[in-house]
Design a protein around this ligand. Structure first.
Ligand code: PMP
Length: 362
């Protein structure tokens, strides 16, 4: 008997998300530089908090996340009532689409934007509208032109993944002021902590009624495995998102570890500085090898090769040395490799392997 049940229209248009590889066949020891994870791991304070949770695994976790929200609010000087926590910022993005978009609505995002935006959009039956960038940087004017009376959400990651580029606070404010009144601007700050002195968009959220920010514990906090993210927005938006949030959407271990992690500002500072140091080093090394890269504000570098074939061959050369990076064809950049900034030894190995690759080709 063949199944006649069909998914909602739109679901079959979704291309399966393929995450960064974590293994090379036949190789035991690899360095994973494909998912923008923190090479320094998580802070000791977060690990201690995680271990403590072992004694109460039978208990349901907090459903209102008050301890974590309070910690985030204290550290970032925000209102805890206007914070929502999700299983990764992915879940907050999903909540936003579920709450604000549906069939007939449009969700705008940038050309080389995070793949969860179109996925979550199609999942709710809405239409993703992809807007061209200018030299791999979001084009505010083009985004504004793409907005229509059907636009409900506008997603922009700042810094953006996989390009690593940013737009200025001024441009972001112009975007927020220019989008239609029935739309929300979502500033995705997954990599915001890597930018010295950047507030991730919080000032704009505080000033306006139509701006939401999303953040994650998966990157600089080194807690990708625990799935914790959060959003900050106007009270009316957070109230709406809480209506569709499952009561126990985060684990007790995730909540406790994230709370300890956000309070460990010394660790975050150390990671930001170390990332900046090695990002600069690796960028220069790649440029010296003749590989073009934009200035990255995040914890990865987008290396642009002559063509897709060359990028693929270099990807393979790196994999042969146990160095896993990501060819970002799914983001419309098939001639590019996105390389997470690893520790010093890994960065040196990446540069050395790419140098050998070019020497062998020449
Ligand atoms: N936004 C951007 C721009 C990202 O790159 C990622 C992770 N790849 C996320 C959101 C989601 O991160 P998480 O769900 O782990 O918080």
């Amino acid at each position: 008997m063949s199944a006649t049940i069909q998914p909602q229209p739109g679901i079959l248009q979704i291309e399966l998300y393929k995450s960064g590889k974590s293994a090379v066949e036949g190789m035991e020891h690899v360095v994973k530089l494909s998912s923008n994870e923190n090479p320094l791991g998580a802070s000791d304070a977060a690990k201690v908090a995680y271990a403590r949770e072992m004694h109460s695994l039978n208990r349901y976790p907090s459903s209102d996340h008050i301890e974590l929200r309070t910690a985030i609010a204290q550290i970032h000087d925000l209102d805890a009532d206007r914070i929502i926590c999700g299983a990764g910022s992915d879940e907050v993005i999903t909540f936003l689409c579920q709450a604000y978009a549906g069939p007939g609505d449009e969700v705008v995002y940038t050309e080389h934007g995070f793949l969860m935006y179109p996925i979550s959009t199609l999942a709710v039956g809405a239409t993703p509208v992809k807007v061209a960038e200018k030299e791999r940087v979001a084009d505010v004017d083009a985004i504004l032109v793409a907005c229509t009376p059907k636009t409900r959400l506008v997603f922009i990651a700042n810094p953006n993944n996989p390009t690593g580029t940013m737009i200025s606070g001024r441009d972001m404010a112009r975007l927020a002021a220019g989008i239609p009144e029935q739309a929300l601007l979502v500033i995705d700050g997954a990599y915001a902590e890597y930018v010295e002195g950047y507030d991730g968009g919080t000032a704009l959220v505080d000033k306006l009624d139509n701006v939401v920010m999303t953040r994650t514990f998966s990157k600089i906090y080194g807690l990708g495995g625990l799935r914790v993210g959060w959003g900050y927005g106007p009270r009316h938006v957070i109230e709406v998102l809480n209506r569709i949030r499952g009561p126990f959407n985060l684990s007790s271990a995730g909540l406790a570890s994230a709370e300890a992690a956000v309070r460990d500002v010394g660790f975050v500072d150390k990671c930001r500085k170390e990332n900046a140091r090695m990002r600069k080093w690796l960028t220069l090394a790649l440029l010296e090898l003749g590989i073009e890269c934009d200035t990255s504000f995040a914890n990865f570098i987008l290396a642009r090769f002559a063509d897709e074939e060359q990028a693929e061959a270099c990807n393979q050369a790196l994999a042969n040395e146990g160095l896993i990076v990501r060819q970002v064809a799914a983001y419309g950049l098939p001639n590019c490799l996105r390389i997470t900034v690893g520790d010093e030894a890994s960065c040196r190995r990446v540069a050395h392997t790419i140098s050998n690759f070019f020497n062998a080709v020449l």
